[in-house]
Design a protein around this ligand. Structure first.
Ligand SMILES: *[C@@H]1O[C@H](CO)[C@@H](O)[C@H](O)[C@H]1NC(C)=O
Ligand SMILES: *[C@@H]1O[C@H](CO)[C@@H](O)[C@H](O)[C@H]1NC(C)=O
Ligand SMILES: *[C@@H]1O[C@H](CO)[C@@H](O)[C@H](O)[C@H]1NC(C)=O
Ligand SMILES: *[C@@H]1O[C@H](CO)[C@@H](O)[C@H](O)[C@H]1NC(C)=O
Length: 415
């Protein structure tokens, strides 16, 4: 459940007491029902991402926190303290399709593990797991960000959601949406049953995997209740995702909205191979030994012979160098110190040129600035489609890399 879902849930819970729910504070970087937006990068293919290692470039990005990839457990999303919400979000969109996620939910009261599809017009499809409810998985959907309060489903999971990996699958066509649990078809939503198709999720979706604190003490009371209570931060809680298969039922390079209707009929597909497709199918860089093996044998023996001569020469040179080096130990040390000084001076010049290195830390700052939404950080917007902005924790800060000497410089400059 994203920020939207939270707020709507809260609105739902309180609407009988207070005024009718105002439009919740949903977020999308650009809502194609309101204005023209850049096209969404498509997926246009089928691929299983095994999270024993970092996924291929340009396929997923971290919108918050840090994921550890492990050959045995897959991707580990750990919540260690208040404000932690670790989220991996696809850069690509699929337009009708299927995802199969093998996930083991995090334990802990008020800790929510989630698999979320979300679109630019705030269509959404969810699987959610409460760390305080080991027996149930929760399904949900939203059309155009609208909550009609009856969309959620709860599903008993044999063996429990916290103790082992389960196969959480959704299959989505323009006619219907299906939720499958370990190979069993457990729920169907027919498009016509979702407000006569108007609230049916039907626009290109991104896939997000994340952990967040539904029970953050600063969250709305209704959300905390939904989450099963105030989040237990006394120990770390980890959600694991072994793999995620994504199948895009459309093929193309980009999806864009042809009008403001937010309907599947309005989606235009630009043909071609998607960035994600190219990245996944890129030939791996050949290793040196592969390149060597590719050489014809005549070339190889020539190289061996030459190498013999070169080797002998090198050996002599090395002896000479070694002897000389011993004498030059002192000089080397002096040179290293000089180099360090040069780097320091360079950094100083960098700053004098008016390029404030801190300004580069925009991601972190921006994220922090939304502190008020800490509990709902899951819904914090990702970078605009096509943006290459990196994960927030990876911001480059030259004042760190150049050692303590750089710090006083900042002050000197400020004067
Ligand atoms: C878990 O969720 C189910 C379904 O909503 C509910 O009936 C049950 O009481 C919950 N159990 C706990 C321990 O919260
Ligand atoms: C997950 O479940 C789906 C739906 O039943 C099935 O088609 C698929 O083979 C399963 N995937 C894995 C990895 O077990
Ligand atoms: C159902 O769709 C109509 C538009 O066709 C919209 O005005 C209305 O708010 C929707 N109802 C709900 C409960 O979302
Ligand atoms: C897409 O990729 C396939 C396979 O790599 C290639 O054969 C084809 O030419 C590519 N198409 C375009 C439009 O680049």
């Amino acid at each position: 459940m994203s920020v939207k879902s939270h707020l709507m849930l809260a609105a739902a819970l309180f609407s009988s007491i207070f005024v009718p729910p105002v439009a919740a504070q949903l977020h999308t970087d650009c809502d194609p029902m309101e204005k023209d937006c850049p096209p969404d990068p498509a997926f246009g293919t089928t691929h299983t991402f095994y999270f024993n290692a970092t996924p291929p470039q340009d396929t997923f990005k971290l919108t918050a926190g840090k994921v550890e990839y492990n050959p045995d457990t897959g991707a580990a999303f750990t919540m260690r303290k208040k404000g932690d919400s670790v989220t991996l979000m696809s850069n690509f969109y699929f337009f009708f399709g299927r995802t199969e996620v093998l996930l083991k939910a995090a334990s802990g009261t008020g800790v929510i593990s989630s698999i979320v599809w979300s679109s630019d017009v705030l269509d959404e499809v969810d699987w959610e797991f409460k760390g305080g409810n080991e027996s149930y998985a929760f399904s949900n959907y939203f059309g155009k960000g609208r909550q009609d309060w009856k969309n959620g489903g709860d599903h008993l999971v044999k063996g429990g959601v916290l103790n082992d990996y389960h196969n959480y699958t959704c299959v989505w066509t323009k006619e219907q949406l299906e939720w499958w649990l370990d190979g069993e078809h457990i729920r169907t939503l027919l498009a016509k049953d979702a407000n006569n198709t108007d609230n049916y999720p039907q626009t290109p979706m991104k896939l997000s995997l994340g952990i967040w604190a539904g029970g953050d003490p600063d969250a709305e009371k209704g959300v905390i209740e939904w989450a099963g209570g105030v989040t237990d931060y006394s120990e770390p809680h980890t959600m694991y995702v072994k793999s995620a298969l994504v199948e895009d039922f459309s093929t193309g390079k980009e999806y864009s909205y042809g009008d403001r209707s937010g309907t599947w009929e309005s989606i235009k597909i630009v043909s071609g191979n998607s960035t994600a497709f190219e990245s996944i199918h890129k030939e791996p860089e050949k290793s040196l030994s592969d390149k060597w093996n590719d050489l014809p044998s005549g070339t190889k023996s020539g190289i061996y012979a030459a190498a013999g001569v070169v080797g002998a020469l090198l050996f002599g040179a090395l002896i000479f160098y070694y002897l000389k080096q011993r004498r030059r130990g002192q000089q080397e040390a002096a040179l290293a110190a000089q180099r360090q000084e040069q780097e320091r001076v360079e950094l100083e010049r960098f700053k004098r040129e008016g390029r404030d290195p801190d300004a580069l830390a925009f991601d972190g700052a921006e994220y922090g600035a939304k502190g008020g939404m800490a509990t709902t950080a899951y819904g914090v917007p990702d970078s605009p489609p096509g943006s290459s902005a990196g994960p927030p924790e990876k911001t480059w800060d030259p004042t760190n890399s150049s050692g303590p000497a750089a710090v006083p410089l900042l002050h000197d400059n400020a004067k």
